[in-house]
Every structure is written in C-alpha cells, then in structure tokens.
Ligand binder design. Sequence first.
Ligand code: E4P
Length: 218
Amino acid sequence: MKFFVDTADTDEIRDLAETGLVDGVTTNPSLVAKSGRDFVEVVKEICTIVDGPVSAEVTATEAGAMVDEGKKLAQIASNVTIKVPLTWDGLKACKALTQGGTMVNVTLCFSANQALLAAKAGATFISPFIGRLDDIGEDGVQLIRDIRTIYDNYDALSTQILSASIRSDEHVKQVAIAGSDVATVPPDVLRGLSQHPLTDKGLAAFLADWEKTGQTIL
Ligand code: E4P
C-alpha cells in the first residue's frame, strides 16, 4: 500500500519525505486555508519535494469551470493530480480531464455506487472518506472492502482506491487488510505507525546494557 500524506504543511512534508515513505500528497481547500499560504505557491513547493501524485482541488462547481481550473492547476507540475468532488459535474470534469491525460482524484466519496461511477468516468484515484463515515455511525472500512470487491470484479476498472479521512493507526491497518491501493494519512498518524511501547522498552534495555560494556562503535 502506498502512503500519501494529507497536509499542505511543507515543513511536515519535507521531514516525512526523508524517510522515503511518502509516495504522494493530498491537499484540500481546508488544508490550504490552514497553511495560510497562496494555493498555487504551496502546491508548487510540494511538487518540488515529492515526485509522486500531489492532489490539488478545484473549487468551481460547474463541469466546464472545473475543467478550466483543473487545466490551470495541472500546469504547476507534471505530478499534479486534479481533485474534483463526487458530483454529477465532477464526474463530467473527471472524464474530460483524464481523457486529456491529466490524473484525477475524485474526492468526497461516501458510497460504493459513487466509487463505481468515478471509476467508469476514468478516475485515477477514488477517495472514500472513512473517518467521516465513522463519525455518523457507519463503518468506513466496510466501504473500502465493498469498493475493492467491485473494482476487482471488472478488469476494465483501473481506478486506485485512495482511502482518505484516516484518523488512527487502526484505520491504516484495516484499509491495508482491505486491499486499499493508497492511504492518505495526517502527519501525526504516519509518525505514530512507527511507535510501539515494547520497541521503546526494548531499546532502553539494550542501551542500558551497552552502557555497562563501556564500549563505543565509533
Ligand atoms: C483527503 O484527501 C482529505 O483531504 C482528507 O483525508 C479529509 O480528512 P478529514 O475527514 O479528517 O478532514
């Protein structure tokens, strides 16, 4: 499973990218607003840090205007992926942009049928928001399982499942088990995946025993 990082904070992206674990980045208008930076400038900078897909979301709601915005954003760098919402107009824009050779991430997906439509419209990625489904008492991970099953039923559907709205390490594990192609995760969740109390305890014991030997490696 690939990891995308879900943030517009370039310091965070730079730090996380040093691990080699960051396969791409997703942003949305809320994350750009949180960064307090100019949208185009921040996307441009992210694309200098990460080689993989960098999602930049249109804000128009009518298909033609979405396509125009998408074409403009796609000029920022070759790895920009245009994010469009899963609306009827968004599906039209998805079709037009992917036919023109631009990667498209269809976002705000909350049902398997929406994911089926996005795939048929040629989406490069579908972003089901699992945390927001959990928030309303539904099972977000079950949506990933359902989409995986549907996509695997049809060879013609090549859209990658990009699990989004991930809130915990348990979410990451469950979407990986479900066969998600990508998980986009907030920086703190990605860092948290490396942690285990027994790792900390074991390391402390090893270092204490090493100290007793009086040796150094360098
Ligand atoms: C994904 O592309 C979205 O930006 C993100 O995962 C939404 O997460 P949230 O529901 O925690 O805002």
